[in-house]
Design a protein around this ligand. Sequence first.
Ligand SMILES: NCCC[C@H](NC(=O)CCC(=O)O)C(=O)O
Length: 447
Amino acid sequence: MKQFEVNFDGLVGPTHNYAGLSFGNVASLSNASASSSPKQAAIQGLEKMKALSDMGMVQGVLAPQERPDIYALRRLGFTGSDARVLEEAAKHAPAIFRACCSASSMWTANAATVSPSADTADGKVHFTPANLTNKYHRSLEPEVTGRILKGTFADSKHFSHHTHLPDNEHFGDEGAANHTRLCSEYGKPGVEIFVYGRYAFDDSKSAPQKYPARQTFEASQAIARLHGLSDENVVYIQQNPDVIDQGVFHNDVISVGNQNVLFYHEQAFANTDNALAEIRQKFEGDELHFIRVDTSAVSVQEAVKTYLFNTQIITLPNGEMAIIAPTECRDSEAVSNYLDSLVTLNTPIKQVHYFDVKQSMRNGGGPACLRLRVALNEQELTAVNQNTLINDAQFERLHKWIEKHYRDELKEDDLRDPQLLIESRTALDELTQILKIGSVYPFQREV
Ligand SMILES: NCCC[C@H](NC(=O)CCC(=O)O)C(=O)O
């Protein structure tokens, strides 16, 4: 049977903006308040999806969330008409208001953790939305994310959906950004690697000092239990606390895996030798490539700046692997030299493709943050909501939809504009019809 890894990229929403909300995510902080271009950002993202589909990959799209989140503001005591809620919140609680406007659902690597059917006890593909408790603006996402995932993977014969973990820092879960999977083929059992930043129930263990560790060991274990993974197929690795303190807020900023390749920075993990030995022992297959990048070649600071590890490693239809990198990697001498030499080495990675995703990079999200990977066999792929897969027709439809509804420029002050809320709702309502995902947004569910 054929097997695929489908990348589901997040569509950028109509209120894309930079609010500087993520402490510990250096790029997000340094671009706060800059004006944004929702139209350009959405088109950049869509073009990346189309380019991957043109390379012969199966590419999907996940709908964005509605922002500003009026419901979150009402829960915090703002009342009256929607226009009044916006006005009062922007005036009296500007920081909270900005958090309720965040564009962050576009980074679908944080939407959920996904375990393919080859790894799970019941032979279904399992999804758990990430609770994203560490950042208030991100903690607003899991409920709607869960509905979007259910609308995209609706067939209960093949897909199993869990509720996000308890909304508490002890079970802080950042989804696939802290999870990767190695396998000989996508449809064969793999090793699921969970990378966590700290222990929540054991203070004696090491943890970062400056920036938060968003993912806990206990959350990772809970996901593995929920998904019915066997201990023989799971490896837990602690992220090096020092690199978290240097701005590596998710594991996917310092390591990435695909099939039999683990690409990682020398300083990525706390106890690298043990972790790699355990992966080697649990991996089913002959050839395993650990590609380590040394600090002398690329410093942690340069990796954070260029997002060398927030690249996507994909397997092309001809079996070769390609790296999908942001143009920031090409613009750095150290990183572009490294990538030039990497493709000449004896590893499966043979190509590098650069993409301009600046509108996302400015919020601290590279190509890998923009996608949720879902490994599927042929039957499961047929069971996916086909309207969420990118082909020429769907690309055209979404392109037109963006052109019709999105603004060219958005300033911070525009977010309180009630007209923008109406525009976004009109756009999102139409989107749910294009993607046929049902009424996922709160404004569509009011009676
Ligand atoms: N995987 C990439 C995630 C980036 C995301 N940035 C943000 O939420 C910044 C949003 C802002 O500052 O407006 C985060 O840090 O979780």
